[in-house]
Design a protein around this ligand. Structure first.
Ligand code: SAH
Length: 460
C-alpha cells in the first residue's frame, strides 16, 4: 500500500495535518495552492488530485466534509477489495470518519488517526465493531479460500451464531469472535485444499516472499528525504547499514530490527540484506545521499552478479533515489554544476591511485567541473594535495572551489575558496568538494559571501 496523502484546503488545517503525521510520518500533506503555505506538496485542482491519488492506490485522508470526498470519489468506485482507504477528518479534528476501504485497512487507519487527535473514529462496519476483525480481509500472510461466503458468515455471527476455530492463527484467536467449542459455524486454518461453505470459512497460510529496498536518505536532514524513502522505511521490518546512516533515519528506525555494520564490509552487508529478504523480511539497505552514488546499490547488484544465487536474482528489489552530497553542496552556493561535470571518489581502497590520477587529469583536461567524494580520511591524507597538483596543470589557481561539510547535519559549513588555497586540512570524510571548470564564476555579495555558478554555455 502507498503512503497516505493528507489533503487540506486551507492553511488553518495544517496543524491537524501535522498532528496526523505524528502517527503516519510517511504521509504527505497536499495543500491547495494559494490557500496554503506550508504543505509538503501543492495542488491546483482538488477533484483531479484526489482522484489521481486514489486511482494509484494512495490512502486519502481529507480534512474536509465527508460529502466532498464522497462526491469526488464516487465515479471511481468499482472494486472494494482493491480500493485504498478514504477517510474524512473534521476541520477541527473532532471527527474521523472512515468512508471507504474497510477491506484495505480504513478502520485501523481511522483508529490510529483518532488516537492522535484524541477523539473516537466513527466506525460503522458492524463486523469490525463487534468482533474487532474483518473476516474478508485477513493479514497478508493468510488468504481466504472462499471470500464469497464471508459476508453472510459475518451476518450469521452478528445474528447470534457461534464459531469453532480449527488450526492456528493469532489474528483470529485474538479477535472478539464468538468462539465456542460447539460452534454452529467453523473457521479452519489449513494448508490443505478444503472446500468451504456458507458456514465454513477456510484460510490458507501463504508464504511471504521478501522484499529488498535500497534507499538513499539524502545528505542528512529530514526535509531532504523523499516521501517515497520515508514510506519504505516505515513499512520495513529490518534495516541494514552503517550505524551513522541508520542514526540519520531517526524515528523511522523505531521498532525495526537494526543490522549495523562497519562502513568497509559492504559486500557482506549486501549478502546479509539479501539473505534476510529471502527469509521473508521486508529489508531496507540504508545509504546516505543517493544509494547509487559511491554507495550500497552497486554492492548489492555486485553480490547478486557474483554469487549467482537464483533466489537473489529473482528477488523483489527496488532502488529509491536520494539527494546526493554534490547536489546539496551545489544548491548551497548557487549552481556550480550548471554545465558538464563529473564525480570522482578520491578513496583508493577500491581502486588504485594510478587510476584516480588518470581520471582527475582526464576530467581536468576535458574541462569538467568535478565533485570530489571521500576527499580525505584519517588514513588518506596526501591524496587531496596530489589531486590539486594535477588540477593546477589545467586550471588557474583562482578557480572557485566549494568545500561543503556536514550538509544537512548539525555543524553544516559551506565555504568557497580559490584552488590555489586548497589544503588537505580543510576537508575530511564528511566533506564533499566541487572544483569549478574554467568557466565557473563567482558573484560577490555585499555581506562578503559569494554565489558560484557555471554558465550553461561553454566558450572556448
Ligand atoms: N551516497 C553518498 C556518497 C557516499 S560516499 C551521496 O550520494 O552523497 C561518502 C562521501 O560522500 C563523504 O566522504 C563525503 O565526501 C560525501 N558526503 C556524504 N554525505 C555528506 C554530507 N552530509 N556533507 C558533505 N559531504 C557528504
Amino acid at each position: 500500500m502507498n503512503s497516505s496523502a493528507i489533503i487540506i484546503l486551507s492553511e488553518s488545517s495544517t496543524a491537524i495535518a501535522r498532528q496526523i503525521q505524528t502517527v503516519l510520518p510517511e504521509a504527505t500533506v497536499y495543500g491547495l495552492v494559494d490557500r496554503t503555505q506550508s504543505a509538503d506538496i501543492f495542488y491546483t485542482h482538488f477533484g483531479d488530485t484526489v482522484r489521481d491519488l486514489f486511482a494509484q492506490g494512495t490512502p486519502i485522508i481529507g480534512i474536509c466534509a465527508a460529502g466532498i470526498l464522497i462526491r469526488t470519489l464516487a465515479p471511481l468506485l468499482s472494486d472494494k477489495r482493491a480500493e485504498p482507504p478514504a477517510i474524512a477528518v473534521a476541520e477541527d479534528g473532532s471527527a474521523v470518519v472512515p468512508l471507504l476501504g474497510g477491506l484495505t485497512g480504513a478502520n485501523e487507519l481511522a483508529k490510529a488517526i483518532a488516537q492522535a487527535l484524541q477523539t473516537q473514529a466513527a466506525i460503522t462496519a458492524t463486523g469490525q465493531l463487534r468482533f474487532n476483525i474483518v473476516l474478508e480481509a485477513p493479514p497478508s500472510d493468510y488468504r481466504l479460500a472462499n471470500p464469497e461466503h464471508a459476508k453472510s458468515f459475518t451476518s450469521d455471527l452478528i445474528a447470534g451464531a457461534t464459531v469453532r476455530l480449527v488450526g492456528e492463527a493469532p489474528w483470529l484467536s485474538q479477535s472478539n469472535l464468538p468462539f465456542s467449542p460447539k460452534g454452529t459455524h467453523l473457521i479452519e486454518v489449513t494448508k490443505r485444499d478444503v472446500a468451504g461453505s456458507a458456514t465454513h470459512l477456510v484460510y490458507h497460510p501463504v508464504a511471504v516472499q521478501g522484499r529488498l529496498a535500497i534507499v538513499g536518505t539524502g545528505p542528512g536532514s529530514a526535509q531532504w528525504m523523499s516521501p517515497e524513502v520515508k514510506g519504505i522505511l516505515q513499512a520495513a521490518t529490518d534495516l541494514v547499514g552503517y550505524k551513522t546512516y541508520l542514526d540519520l533515519v531517526g524515528d523511522l528506525a523505531q521498532g525495526k530490527q537494526r543490522h549495523e555494520s562497519d562502513n568497509r564490509v559492504e559486500l557482506d552487508r549486501a549478502r546479509l540484506a539479501l539473505a534476510l529478504a529471502t527469509e521473508g523480511k521486508s529489508v531496507v539497505v540504508v545509504s546516505s545521499g543517493d544509494p547509487g552514488i559511491f554507495a550500497m546499490a552497486a554492492a548489492v547488484f555486485e553480490v547478486i552478479d557474483r554469487d549467482a544465487n537464483p533466489a537473489w536474482t529473482d528477488l523483489d528489489i527496488h532502488v529509491a533515489p536520494g539527494i546526493s552530497a554534490m547536489q546539496a553542496a551545489a544548491a548551497a552556493v548557487g549552481a556550480p554544476l550548471g554545465h558538464d561535470f563529473c564525480a570522482i571518489s578520491l578513496s583508493d581502497i577500491l581502486k588504485p591511485w594510478d587510476a584516480i590520477e588518470k581520471r582527475i587529469a582526464a576530467a581536468a583536461a576535458a574541462d569538467f567541473a568535478i565533485a570530489f567524494y571521500n576527499p580525505v580520511s584519517t588514513q588518506r591524507t596526501w591524496q587531496l594535495d596530489a589531486a590539486k597538483e594535477i588540477l593546477l596543470k589545467w586550471r588557474s589557481p583562482t578557480t572557485p572551489v566549494v568545500i561543503a561539510r556536514n550538509l544537512g547535519r548539525p555543524g553544516q559549513s559551506v565555504r568557497v575558496i580559490n584552488l590555489g588555497d586548497l589544503t588537505a586540512d580543510r576537508a575530511d570524510m564528511r566533506t564533499v568538494l566541487i572544483i569549478g571548470s574554467s568557466q565557473t564564476r563567482t558573484v560577490q555579495r555585499s555581506d562578503g559571501t559569494v554565489w558560484v555558478y557555471t554558465p550553461r554555455r561553454h566558450q572556448l
